[in-house]
Design a protein around this ligand. Sequence first.
Ligand code: GDP
Ligand code: MG
Length: 440
Amino acid sequence: GLADRLQGTIQKIRGKGKISEADVKEMMREVRLALLEADVNFKVVKQFVKKVSERAVGQEVMKSLTPGQQVIKVVKEELTELMGGEQSQIAVSKRPPTIIMMVGLQGAGKTTTTGKLANLLRKKHNRKPLLVAADIYRPAAIKQLETVGKQLDLPVFSLGDQVSPVEIAKQAIEKAKEEHHDYVLIDTAGRLHIDENLMGELKDIKELSNPDEIFLVVDAMTGQDAVNVAESFNEALGISGVVLTKLDGDTRGGAALSIRSVTEKPIKFVGMGEKMDALEAFHPERMASRILGMGDVLSLIEKAQANVDEEKAKELEQKMRTMSFTFDDFLEQLGQVKQMGPLDELLKMMPGANKMKGLDKLQVDDKQIVHVEAIIQSMSKKEKTNPEVINASRRKRIAKGSGTSIQEVNRLLKQFEDMKKMMKQMSGMQGKGKKKGMKF
Ligand code: GDP
Ligand code: MG
């Protein structure tokens, strides 16, 4: 995939003390191929490569003591920029309810995302959303949203399939005002292809409900098509943001990179699975890190914050940033991580995870965790804080003490070392986003 290709390229120049224009050229050729292979729009690729090349042969990089690292930094910054730079926000209407229209083709994930978004609004921001079933065409569409509502214990407004979607939206908004809902999420109908009827109906709903946001839901698996769909919807309707679904699947990633620069509308959320909690705010910088195989430490920390002791998670973040992370922290974290959900999911977010072969197929079982815990517990205080003192005889002792093998000890030490290295690189690259409005 894209990550593998780019990482291969990056490995080649990472440690270089000096870098020539030829090096940059060669690297840019690889980057170009990697992006095209990932189904990124060719105009976007051209523009991107041009920008990175210009910066890479400039003073900033050539004069630097670590040009390899500098080029990577430039690539990361430009990837982030390509996806919209700063993280975007969701509207909050001054006169509630805030109205959000969900639009998109059939099967893109509108109904599912409507439920997920409502869930997120309630859980993270303590909002009181009303879901509106305005897809009267697809058989069982109303039922599907009602099922979602029941599952989340959230109210769903519907008038059956004999009333027009515009009328449904109108009455739903009245009801939301009466019952003091602060968000109204309208789940609209889709079609297999874009057509006049669909757009006409959506325009009517838009006119009537005057939405604060129009979120286009697109399926990341469809690659370039997703970008074309986004362009058409934006032209016809004027969308305010995109939700990219099914990013948990085997996508090539091209849509995430092209949509913003083609439509000039930000990706606001990404769907990471079918479950009602599988919706995440889109963070361009973190996505860029993920693509470059630098792991997604921040998402990992956020997950920890959501599920585990907040104080502890803050402390952990601080340690990661200052590089004072030790095996003791690792052990404590492991204990908490066990409560955070599927471990293989979490591991994928670790720095360097992309490079670990077969990680996607990995099933982490409790036995492995027990081994890791045993190994760390067999270390002395000094060894936990300064793992570099762990020489061959210490490794032997630790293996014996923990009832594991020297290979397992070596593997853990190596992983820990890699993780710290990656963190170090990342900590120099953290952006400082401005904070305003409602963030997710
Ligand atoms: P709609 O026609 O646009 O309303 O699409 P639905 O919400 O009915 O979703 C179509 C299918 O895609 C359903 O089977 C969903 O479970 C699935 N789906 C939606 N979002 C995601 C996602 O982020 N990941 C995965 N794997 N499946 C999703
Ligand atoms: Mg639907």
